[in-house]
Structures are given as C-alpha cells and as structure tokens.
Design a protein around this ligand. Structure first.
Ligand code: PMP
Length: 364
C-alpha cells in the first residue's frame, strides 16, 4: 500500500533500550550502561530541569506554536533575526521538513557515504534519488560531493562533525565547498555536535549565512545541551527559507516543556562548559584505552568514537551486551568492522573498556 520510496525504507535503528537489556540479563537497569545514542552523560542541567517542571503546570494548554521565547533567546545568542529560525521536534524533524519542502520525486539529494542515517531516510521517503558519495579517510569528500551535483540536485547534506565517524572539516574547507555549489541547490550544514568543537579553524555555519543564501544550518539541544528526550532542534537560514519551513512544519511541533527547558538551558553556560570538559576527557580516556589494546579508531570531534574491533563487530557487540554495556553497531552504515561508542562519565568509559578487553580476549 505504501508509496514506492516508503516501501524501500529500512527503519532508523535506535540504540537498544536499557530496560530491555536489563530484562534479558535479569539485571537491575542501574547495572546497565548505555553508550549508544550520543547522549549527554551528565544528566540534565538544573536550570533546564526546574524550567521543565514549572512548565508542566501548563500541560492542558497548547504550546506557543511560534516558540517565541526560545527563538528570541537563540536570536540573541547567535546575532540573527527570529525570522531566520525554524524550530523542530529534534533536528531530525527539521531535516525531514527541509526535504519535504524542497525535494520532489524527480530530485537528487547528495550526501556522503557513512553520513548520518536520516539523510537517506528522508530522501527515500519522498521517492527522490539519494546520491551517496564515497568517503575519503572516513570523512566527507567535499570535492567529490560538489562534483556529484547535477541539474537534478536540490539538496546536499553535510554533517560537520559527522555521525558516526566523528570526522570534521575546517571552516576553510566548508567555504571552499560552498563556493562550488550553485545557488539554486540548498546545502544543509548539520552541526548537531558543533558545541564540542574547540578552536577557531572550525566553522560556525551561522557566520556563513550572509555569504551563502542557499545555506541552512541545523543544530540540536540533544547533545551538548543534554535535552535528547525532549526533542528540540532548530535551523537557521535566510528568512525566505525559514518562512517556507515554518509553513510546512507541524504547528505545535515543539511542546511547552521542551520549549521551556531549551530556553532555560541556553542560560546555563556552566553546564555547556562541563559537557565539553567531560567530553574532551572522555574522548582521551577512550582513545588511550584503544591504544593500549592496539585497536584503531577514527579520531572524533563529536561525543562518540568509532573503534575498529574486527569483522564482524556484531560478535563483540553481543559480548558487550552480555557484560551489560550497550554500544552501537554501525554495519548499517557500511562499517561492519567498527562499533560506535558514546563518551560516558569516567567510570562508564572504564567499564566499557574493561568489557571490551574481555570481549576481545574471549573472541580470541
Ligand atoms: N544530525 C546528526 C548528525 C545526528 O547525529 C543526530 C542525532 N543522532 C541528529 C542530527 C538528530 O538529533 P535530534 O533529532 O535529537 O536533534
């Protein structure tokens, strides 16, 4: 019954839920660690939590469909106009709305091999042709992606940093790429992990918007801001693009609790700083652990890291589950030798590394 593009879809595979594994192993959920969904291991910001609790008092009213307070806070933070912002139920929602607004079944959509799984998904759902450009050193080959643009191309997705590889391009590389993309082709610069980037050479897509009217920058509150459950993301673009996106998105796509928490967390600079510090230390701890075990990994700019555990990684994934440790297999991304592990708290990283060493030892 479903239309052609939808029939061909394979569903997005989320990380295995903690409760499910606890039941399977007969353990208490508190004994399981989940490093599978690139969540923030710190737990929520106190400011976000108390704003969310207060907002529950209004649960019988519809949310502010325009998200005024959150848009105002974002506009101030980034020095943009509120009319440039589109809010989404997670940035996945924004990615999907962008595809629905600008792509039809005759179009092509360009993205990279090993890029975030939602790009092919939203492309296929429309019945458009996804063009997966071979990666270079696990990262986007931006030159090859620009070469892949044809008259049919409506949209290019660039994840910077990319999930699941953690690869990142510098500001110069992104600008050189944007210079090559014709103005009628939209470029989505997905910066879900940008808050973890350190150093001036990394791009802040928002600063490029004036120069490239065909650019849409997408960001999220799910990662460094620690609000994954509440589903809040946004895009910043030209007002003309935002106007179209805002016509198509669901009128109340971000709920009252999420709006309140996101607005409050933007005031919690200390939480963001802590998120960055914990992440940087965790990445280093994991990398050192992999070095000790002689495993290669893809250096990551995100809050996760893809480590090569050998073929098939599925066996090691299962062995880790038996130790109560949930990570993410990435065979679906075409990376059957890797597992992706999200950065946890120091003791979680340690437990994962211990379990990995045991799993590898028993795999021989
Ligand atoms: N983009 C990338 C690159 C991601 O990794 C993710 C989360 N896995 C998202 C977008 C979507 O995040 P959310 O919908 O939670 O905002």
């Amino acid at each position: 019954l479903a239309v052609k593009g939808v029939q061909a879809l394979s569903p997005y595979q989320p990380g295995k839920p903690i409760e499910e594994l606890a039941r399977e192993l007969g353990l208490n959920p508190s004994e399981i660690i989940k490093l599978a969904s690139n969540e923030n291991p710190l737990g929520p910001s106190d400011k976000a939590l108390s704003a969310a609790r207060n907002a529950l008092d209004e649960m019988c009213l519809y949310p502010d469909g325009n998200g005024f307070d959150l848009k105002q806070a974002l506009a101030r933070r980034f020095g943009v106009e509120m009319s440039q912002i589109t809010l989404g139920n997670g940035s996945n929602d924004v990615l999907e709305v962008i595809a629905r607004c600008f792509v039809d079944s005759d179009s092509e959509v360009v993205f990279s091999q090993y890029a975030f799984a939602v790009y092919p998904l939203v492309t296929q759902a429309i019945g458009a042709r996804g063009v997966a450009v071979p990666a270079k050193d696990w990262g986007h080959d931006l030159d090859a992606m620009a070469d892949a643009v044809t008259e049919r191309t409506k949209l290019v997705f660039v994840a910077n940093p990319n999930n699941p590889t953690g690869t990142v391009h510098t500001a110069d590389a992104i600008e050189a790429f944007l210079d090559r993309i014709p103005e009628q082709v939209l470029v989505v610069l997905d910066e879900a992990y940008c808050e973890y980037l350190v150093g001036d050479e990394y791009p802040d897509g928002i600063r490029l918007l004036d120069k490239y009217p065909n650019l849409i920058v997408c960001r999220t509150f799910s990662k460094a801001w620690g609000l994954a459950a509440l589903r809040v993301g946004y895009s910043i673009s030209s007002p003309a693009i935002a106007d179209i996106l805002n016509r198509v998105r669901q009128p109340f796509n971000v709920d009252t609790v999420a709006l309140a928490a996101a607005t409050a967390v933007l005031e919690d600079e200390a939480y963001l700083q802590k998120s960055r510090e914990v992440n940087e230390a965790g990445l280093q701890q994991l990398a050192e652990g992999f070095d000790r075990m002689g495993l290669s990994y893809i250096p990551s700019a995100g809050n996760f890291i893809a480590v090569e555990v050998g073929e098939p990684a599925a066996g090691i994934y299962q062995a880790l589950l038996a130790h109560g440790v949930i990570v993410r297999p990435v065979a679906g991304y075409g990376m059957p030798r890797h597992l992706r592990v999200s950065v946890g708290l120091p003791q979680e990283n340690e437990r994962f590394l211990d379990a990995l060493a045991e799993a590898l030892a028993s795999a021989g």
